[in-house]
Ligand binder design. Structure first.
Ligand code: GAP
Length: 442
């Protein structure tokens, strides 16, 4: 919850965010929400390529955190819950941020975001005005919703974290599955926060998608430390396995005054973004806070002992991960822009081109190649402009391989395969193409 401001990125220039914003909009990754009505602060829509990227991130996460494990099950809980959930969880009383208001123009910012306050004061200074701020007031982040058609409507909240859906289902999951402590419950889903200052593209939004694991253990500090360290490493390794640059990642332990109300101990994974080191996943020792507050206990079937399990949580965000994967992959080389996304994350794995769009023989074979690759991969088709332009267009959206069907293909049943990163080209027989790409994309 409490994000700490970090120092400024030294490698990426300040322009990187502008370039990413322009590229992601022009190529259909991310659009401002409600764009034709001037947008709505903190809300974003994902276009065709952004949706593929997000789906790939979620698929990788689910595969690693649920399908590949015997000790984790997944759920998909409702976004809107009984308001009693939020009272019990402590969010109604404690899910707050401090807010200050500029006495000159009434702009509101988070009291603890020194950088934003400084930048705002500078703007006034330019107009020879001296900004001053009100005393900090606490501000609840939960978004209220009202249900029913007749007054009084029932007031509840959009979920501020997806997590509570796991705790309220704990008993149902224990009784309906074969899980035994220690075990985990994973979930991916939308969360909503009334952020005071949304910004930096999707980084701080009011609607975002979390991917979380709640791992339940017997109440024991030694076990908690071991489990915490285990998940910390697992999560960092996951980002590295998908190609994130190690030097742009670090852990940061939360100070006492920044921990969320439910956390005994918390450590973030941070990314060195163009706007400073920023949190994009938290690992939290929640102890028995949640199950205790919801008055839920667990009976060990082997020992007959009843206890309130403790929870170690990993809480990431699909949107922040997508943004940081994009920033990390963005590179400029001589005359081209390349998104060096990991092949498993790239929206398209392969693009197929007929050398010339007005040569029916070539187009026919290219279509056949395209259609057969579609059985195994997400494939793009492009027959506009010249080959060089098509390569650069695919580089810009991160497509790892381009396949060109040319005049020679009609003679030798082979195509030219061009590698995004090395720009090297190889001639591959059509009948070996699928196997070749499967190996390269693994
Ligand atoms: N269940 C624990 C929890 O929600 P959190 O630290 O408040 O913990 C977890 O949030 C993650 O959710 C953060 O590390 C961040 O990636 C993401 N997140 C939080 N607020 C966000 C926002 N306003 N916009 C985008 N992502 C956000």
């Amino acid at each position: 919850m409490a994000e700490k401001e970090g120092e400024t990125h030294s490698i990426n220039s300040g322009q990187v965010m502008e370039k990413i914003a322009a590229l992601t909009k022009s190529r259909g990754f991310i659009f401002p929400g409600s764009d034709i009505y001037g947008g709505l602060a903190g809300f974003w829509d994902y276009g065709p390529l952004g949706t593929e990227l997000k789906n790939n991130i979620k698929k990788e996460w689910w595969n690693k955190m649920v399908h590949k494990r015997d000790d984790v099950v997944g759920i998909d809980a409702a976004i809107i819950m009984n308001p009693e959930v939020w009272k019990a969880s402590g969010h109604v009383d404690s899910f707050t941020d401090p807010l200050v208001e500029c006495k000159l123009c009434h702009r509101r910012v988070r009291a603890d975001y020194e950088e934003e306050r400084r930048a705002h004061s500078e703007e006034h200074k330019k107009k020879k005005e001296e900004a001053s701020w009100t005393e900090p007031k606490t501000f609840n982040l939960l978004t209220e919703v009202f249900l029913g058609v007749t007054e009084p409507k029932q007031k509840t909240f959009l979920r501020g974290e997806i997590t509570q859906g796991v705790f309220v289902n704990f008993k149902n999951i224990v009784s309906s599955s074969r899980v035994k402590v220690p075990f985990g419950i994973a979930q991916i889903g939308k969360a909503f926060r009334n952020e005071i200052t949304p910004g930096n593209l999707t980084f701080r939004s009011r609607e975002f998608e979390q991917m979380e694991l709640e791992y339940f253990i017997a109440p024991d500090e030694k076990e908690a430390k071991k489990t915490f360290d285990y998940w910390k490493k697992e999560r960092m390794d996951w980002y590295l396995s998908l190609g994130m640059n190690k030097s742009n990642l670090r852990f940061r332990i939360h100070e006492d005054n920044e921990r969320a109300h439910y956390a005994r101990f918390a450590e973030d994974i941070e990314y060195k973004s163009p706007f400073g080191w920023k949190e994009f996943e938290g690992i939290h020792h929640r102890g028995d806070w949640d199950l205790g507050r919801h008055k839920i206990s667990y009976k060990d079937q082997d020992t007959n002992k009843e206890f309130t399990p403790w929870v170690i949580e990993t809480s990431g965000c699909v949107d922040r991960a997508a943004l940081f994967f994009l920033i990390d992959a963005y590179s400029e080389e001589k005359d081209r822009v390349v998104l060096k996304l990991h092949p498993r994350l790239a929206p398209y794995k392969v693009a197929v081109f007929p050398l010339l769009r007005n040569k029916p023989d070539i187009v026919k074979v290219a279509r056949q190649v395209h259609d057969s690759l579609k059985e195994s991969f997400v494939v793009a088709w492009d027959d506009r402009g010249n080959i060089g332009k098509r390569y650069y267009s695919q580089d810009e959206i991160g497509t790892p391989f381009c396949v060109t069907v040319d005049f020679e293909t009609l003679e030798d049943d082979a195509v030219t395969v061009r590698d995004r990163d090395t720009m090297g080209q190889e001639r591959i027989k059509i009948k070996e193409l699928e196997k070749y790409l499967i190996e390269k994309l693994a």
